[in-house]
Design a protein around this ligand. Structure first.
Ligand code: NAD
Length: 456
């Protein structure tokens, strides 16, 4: 595809003001939903080919979130796009003041492979809702999902408004050389830095949705059975290939063995395996990630699991115990079905350790103790999270989703997504009917007095 030509076309289309029509935005989103609905089977087949991901899990973790985002934007975007009146201060009297939500222009969305549909489409939905044009560059790794997305979007939408450009590093590099009005990137922290640098060349604003190691506190007063169930669900969904999955557990020493047993039991219940296959257990995305994860497992610290099978790119849900912060598994984000467990006796010490590291994307606490929960939430900086749950904060549209520090810049979902692709233009509007001379030279004693009164 001719990248420069598409960028030019999108720029001209945006400059024609067509996308400023709210009806066009609504019609585009309705059409997107219809196309997704009509082609659900194709989406299911493609993702199954890439990951062996089941139909229902794809619906639950991908399509349902996209449909919700579209419905929410369609219902609210008229309200969100309206100019808002604000009060005017005394010094500017008489005047009215208002804020006009203005689309930024042409948007580039670069996405990661682990939830290939929603990570590509949800930012695009917000960008369209806010009145922008969009180019999406999905990850090349799950190539069947990338292909079906490109085929369906590019045959049903005009490329000057919404289009998909497939490709790997070379294509992304060329895309990053263009002048965009915003770049929305989902992926790893190292590539996030490349995107940030490229964007800086043109002073292009960015939203960076990055990764990191998300800690999960499990305190002695929690309900161990429910905690184990919720952690197993969250950690091994998508075989741990979820940016906000609990990366490691911090468990109070007094309940360590009980919790380990409870987690093991839940894994066995959720994932009864025959020949390393379970229809609800997703494959590791490719050989590179399979090898990376296999090498991460310290065989002398396996509490449960550890089995692997290269043919199926299978890594058994694996629990590691006797882990401490200095172990190599604690260096990088795991992004797979391996769960290290660190036990602790002194909460203060572990809080300090986390604060010494990069700011996590998510953090979870399992406890009934409100004082401890408040302490952790107050003392540790992280993107977002949940108490006595994991992952689900992502599915509440009223909660902005994003990281902080090394785990990201900016956030999205629902109104926050709309804001991410909007410039709020501030206007002070005067009439000609009243012209006090007080602000004009020469400043007499009286004028100074009045001005001082008005300005303070
Ligand atoms: P990645 O950074 O390797 O790739 C992301 C995108 O960048 C892809 O489209 C890829 O083609 C492109 N890319 C890769 N290398 C590039 C380069 N050198 N120059 C230009 N573009 C390049 O990430 P990934 O492996 O696809 O995804 C895994 C990471 O994404 C994990 O760290 C995970 O935590 C993170 N992630 C974050 C979120 C979030 O919402 N915060 C969601 C999903 C994944």
């Amino acid at each position: 595809m001719d990248i420069q030509k598409i960028v030019q076309q999108q720029k001209s289309f945006f400059n024609s003001n067509a996308t400023k029509e709210v009806n066009l935005r609504i019609e585009t989103l309705k059409k997107l939903k219809l196309i997704l609905k009509e082609n659900e089977d194709k989406f299911y087949t493609a993702i199954y080919t890439d990951f062996k991901k089941s139909q229902f899990e794809t619906y639950l973790t991908e399509l349902s979130l996209i449909y919700n985002e579209i419905n929410d934007a369609i219902s609210n975007l008229k309200k969100w796009s309206k100019q808002k009146r604000v009060s005017t201060n005394l010094a500017n009297f008489p005047a009215k003041s208002y804020i006009i939500p203005e689309p930024l222009g042409i948007i580039l969305v670069i996405s990661a492979w682990n939830y290939p549909y929603q990570l590509s489409l949800i930012p695009a939905i917000s960008a369209i809702a806010a009145g922008n044009t969009v180019v999406i560059k999905p990850s090349e790794i799950p190539n069947n999902t990338s292909k079906i997305l490109a085929e369906l979007i590019n045959t049903n939408f005009d490329e000057k408004h919404l289009c998909i450009i497939e490709g790997g590093v070379e294509t992304t590099t060329e895309l990053l050389q263009q002048k965009w009005d915003k770049i929305f990137f989902t992926g790893s922290t190292p590539v996030g830095k490349i995107v940030y640098k490229a964007a800086a060349e043109n002073l292009t604003p960015v939203t960076l949705e990055l990764g990191g190691k998300s800690p999960t506190f499990v305190l002695a007063d929690c309900n161990i059975k429910i905690t184990a169930k919720r952690i197993v669900w969250a950690k091994f969904l998508n075989a741990g290939q979820t940016c906000i999955a609990p990366d490691y557990l911090l468990v109070e020493k007094s309940i360590e063995s009980e919790l380990l047993e409870a987690i093991k039991k839940e894994i066995q219940e959720f994932y009864p395996l025959s020949e390393n296959i379970n229809e609800n257990y997703v494959q590791i995305v490719n050989d590179k990630n399979f090898d990376r994860l296999k090498q991460m497992i310290p065989t002398d610290k396996i509490y449960y699991g550890g089995e692997t099978n290269v043919k199926n790119r299978f890594i058994q849900p694996t629990l590691l115990h006797n882990i401490n912060f200095e172990d190599s598994i604690m260096e990088d984000e795991i992004f797979g079905p391996i769960l290290p467990i660190i036990s602790f006796e002194n909460l203060e010490d572990v809080i300090t350790k986390i604060k010494e590291r990069e700011k996590p994307l998510s953090l979870y606490v399992y406890s009934k103790n409100k004082i401890i929960i408040k302490k952790i939430l107050n003392e540790i900086s992280f993107g977002g999270g949940a108490i006595n749950e994991s992952l689900v904060h992502l599915s509440n549209p009223n909660l902005p989703f994003g990281g902080v520090g090394a785990s990201g810049i900016g956030s999205y979902h629902s109104k926050t997504g709309f804001d991410t692709f909007t410039h709020y233009k501030s206007i002070l509007h005067k009439s000609f009917f009243f012209e006090p001379s007080v602000k004009y030279l020469p400043f007499t004693k009286l004028k100074k007095k009045i001005l001082k009164f008005l300005l303070e």
